[in-house]
Design a protein around this ligand. Structure first.
Ligand code: AMP
Length: 404
């Protein structure tokens, strides 16, 4: 089922043929000494690019790289990306010397069907993140159609995510379409039971998600450091665990709401505790009721892992965002890795919200076993929070849900 927004698949060959298509991609790849150390994001953009080429369009790619803050920073040039694309597409992909301006306009005007160019880093201009209408219009003037395929930035209203769509018919690329199908489908028409696992360090960044999921999901499993603000609000001892005291009231309000909600909320029953934030510290497991005042909780304990595994049995859909402990350090990684292991064997639709949970799954080599790993940690979180994503909102609507 594809719904809500039109994708490039909704355009016929004649609508694409000889058209200039501006595609916003996420080529913000990691660089090490000027070399690309991971080209996953480049590979992920190829299906959309190839589809447009097969349909006789000319393709103008645009992306940001790093945070040049509106200045031209040579080490943040997209030159290495253009070279890698040339290899991957087996055709010349030239990098233009800017993303807007006379010279860019003139080069793009001469493009023929089947050609690809890459514009230079959008964020060399401060107007990109400022969503300046004149800058958006200059980008739009390069093309006939706009395609959004950079999920990692659609929660931001920038010129290349939102502004440009005011001037061009705008469609989702294949990456965005996949994100909408999985994330949107999980919320709108989930295969139940629908279970969310939310972890991570700060309740301040996830309290909106927790509240939004109440009533939507059947079970809400909470782990990570943010548990300790909830437990402290409940009156439990949390020792020296990470607590955001200024969020205790919000935490309490969430717990009150949870009491009358249809959602079952599962908080950790026990904790892997250390005397200090170090692998060399004294490490023991304590139940929530027996939490000592001189320890910090750095992972969920074995009873909690059992309870989570039980809750995940027979799940229809699982959404996971945020690690259950300090998975970067071996003694505090068991909870997070146990969930990854359980999900890898589950028949449920498994949706990973990017960021640290995706990194944890990749660390144990289980990425291929998940149904979907989101390419945008921040965007997927805001999606789960029920927020409107500005870069999605502006794409053409699919009036009636369409069965594929
Ligand atoms: P976030 O960016 O909010 O998703 O948080 C991810 C970070 O939370 C990871 O780097 C984890 O190491 C950290 N984390 C998870 N559980 C704990 C904990 N109990 N105490 C401290 N940090 C934690």
């Amino acid at each position: 089922m594809s719904f809500q927004k039109k994708s490039i698949k909704d355009l016929s060959k004649s609508q694409l043929s000889d058209q200039k298509v501006l595609v916003r991609v996420d080529f913000n790849v990691p660089l090490s000494e000027g070399q690309i150390s991971d080209d996953t994001r480049i590979k992920a953009a190829l299906p959309t690019i190839n589809y447009l080429l097969e349909n006789n369009a000319s393709v103008i790619l645009c992306s940001h790289m790093g945070r040049p803050k509106g200045e031209r920073v040579e080490k943040l040039s997209l030159k290495p990306v253009a070279e890698r694309l040339t290899e991957k597409l087996k055709m010349n992909v030239s990098l233009l010397d800017d993303c807007v301006g006379e010279s860019v306009f003139s080069k793009v005007s001469q493009m023929k069907r089947g050609e690809v160019v890459l514009l230079e880093n959008l964020r060399f201009h401060k107007e990109e993140t400022a969503n300046h209408p004149y800058f958006s219009k200059q980008l739009a003037n390069l093309a006939d159609i706009f395609v959004q395929d950079a999920f990692g930035v659609v929660h931001r209203a920038h010129a290349s995510t939102s502004g440009v769509c005011e001037f061009l018919p705008s469609y989702a690329g294949f990456l965005i379409q996949k994100e909408l199908e999985f994330l949107g489908g999980a919320i709108a028409e989930p295969k139940r039971p629908l279970i969310a696992i939310i972890g991570g360090s700060k309740i301040s960044s996830k309290i909106g998600v927790l509240r939004h999921l109440l009533g939507l999901v059947d079970t809400l499993i909470i782990g990570g450091a943010m548990t300790y603000t909830l437990l402290k609000a409940q009156g439990s001892e949390t020792g020296s665990s990470m607590v955001e005291d200024e969020f205790k009231d919000e935490a309490m309000a969430f717990l009150k709401e949870a009491e009358t909600s249809t959602t079952t909320v599962l908080l950790p029953l026990d904790h892997v505790c250390a005397t200090e934030f170090s692998v060399d510290s004294q490490i023991d497991v304590f139940d929530t009721e027996a939490f000592p005042n001189d320890r910090m909780g750095l992972d969920v304990g074995p009873k909690t892992i059992d309870a989570i595994n039980e809750a995940l049995e027979g799940a229809g859909t699982v959404i996971w965002n945020g690690p259950l402990g300090v998975f970067e350090l071996a003694p505090f990684s068991k909870g997070t890795f146990a969930v990854a292991e359980t999900l890898s064997k589950s028949s449920a639709i498994t949706i990973i919200g990017g960021g640290d949970s995706a990194a944890a799954i990749s660390k144990v080599g289980l990425s291929d076993t998940m149904s979907h790993i989101s390419t945008g940690g921040g965007a997927s979180l805001e999606f789960l929070e029920g927020k409107v994503l500005p870069g999605i909102d502006v794409l053409e609507d699919n009036k009636v849900p369409v069965n594929d």
